[in-house]
Design a protein around this ligand. Structure first.
Ligand SMILES: [Zn+2]
Length: 347
């Protein structure tokens, strides 16, 4: 299976934060051929272990499996579903979105509705409609009908967007944050030749609500160093200043100097930059970014774990549809596996 085919499967799967099962099953399938052992911890993190020599460093790779989305919060007597947001979602992108409600009796399509603009007052029209004034209309006639359909409070709701390959190596789809990281992790293990290091490739849960899975996974794995594989904001669309971010889609993996949760350990940064230079893999540097990744939490585990990020510059993250370059995925996987190969020189 190619990166394109596997990313399509991962992107179309549902993994709303805290409800990552579908993605987890796919990740187990994809990681299994490249691992000696697969474990799952009590929190739900998937850990693929490739055993090495006890004297060489133990490296943790982390890619979060969850995605931002919605969860059914209340069902009105008329059968409309009110919802809470799972992870950081901008209310402005919600109205009129097509969504998929995952219930015990199957998946239902629905639409996010609001009071029709025609009957909104002048001042109402100028305001952003916040999520608590919106609702999902799945066609249920009333509360009983919704219950008969199998819809229940707590059901996860995902944006209903299917993966599409556009021109050249550019693709669009749902949940690239962070199925992009998931596929880099799988591909990096596939490319990996014999290594002295023990690799723990972890698909983490609940990143979008505070890096929670990474906390328990890092404690359990107890690695010597770690790399989080994730997406970052591409600064190559109109309206973004160079000051805000310099990384661009298609220009190679982004290496973080600092974000709001992590200052990359200098040794880790040198290791990743020198590997990219020696292997002639294009890369970009980003610094001072708002937001953080699993690496922030991993780096604070136990007595501290030297950690860094390899990220994909992705357009429109945390919206229903993202855009990225498959070349960046390929180069990030190459960089990850080449870095592992050289790790004993640095650590
Ligand atoms: Zn992410």
């Amino acid at each position: 299976m190619s990166i394109n085919e596997n990313l399509e499967k991962l992107s179309n799967a549902c993994g709303i934060t805290g409800r990552e099962n579908e993605v987890k099953d796919l990740m187990i399938q994809l990681l299994k051929p490249h691992a000696d052992e697969i474990q799952e911890d009590k929190m739900g993190n998937v850990i693929a272990i490739k055993k090495g020599n006890d004297k060489a460093p133990k490296i943790m790779l982390a890619a979060h499996m969850d995605e931002v989305g919605l969860m059914v919060k209340t069902i009105t007597k008329d059968g409309f579903l009110q919802f809470s947001k799972m992870g950081g979602i901008d209310d402005r992108i919600l109205p009129a979105q097509k969504v998929a409600v995952y219930t015990k009796k199957g998946i239902y399509s629905g639409i996010i509705g609001s009071k029709p603009p025609h009957i909104q007052k002048e001042e109402e029209r100028k305001k952003i409609i916040t999520y608590d004034d919106l609702f999902i209309d799945a066609g249920a006639e009333n509360k009983e009908d919704a219950a008969n359909m199998g819809i229940a409070i707590g059901d996860p709701v995902a944006f209903d967007i299917k993966y599409v390959k556009l021109c050249k190596d550019v693709v669009i789809g749902k949940a690239f944050d962070n199925r992009a990281g998931c596929i880099i992790m799988v591909e990096a293990l596939r490319l990996l030749k014999e290594t002295e290091c023990t690799i723990c490739a972890v698909g983490t849960v609940q990143e979008e609500v505070g890096l929670r899975g990474a906390a328990t996974a890092a404690f359990g794995v107890d690695p010597d160093l770690a790399i989080a594989l994730d997406v970052t904001i591409a600064g190559d669309v109109p309206g973004v200043r160079e000051f805000d971010t310099t990384v661009k889609m298609g220009k190679g993996p982004a290496l973080t100097i600092s974000d709001s949760g992590l200052i990359t350990h200098p040794k880790v940064l040198r290791w990743l930059i020198e590997t990219a230079e020696e292997e002639k893999i294009p890369f970009q540097i980003e610094s001072g970014l708002l937001g953080s990744t699993d690496a922030a939490r991993i780096s604070m585990t136990r007595q501290g774990i030297p950690s860094g990020n390899i990220s994909i510059a992705t357009r429109y993250i945390h919206s229903p549809v993202g855009m990225l370059s498959l070349k960046d995925i390929e180069n990030s996987a190459k960089l990850t596996s080449a870095a592992i190969q050289k790790a004993t020189k640095y650590f």
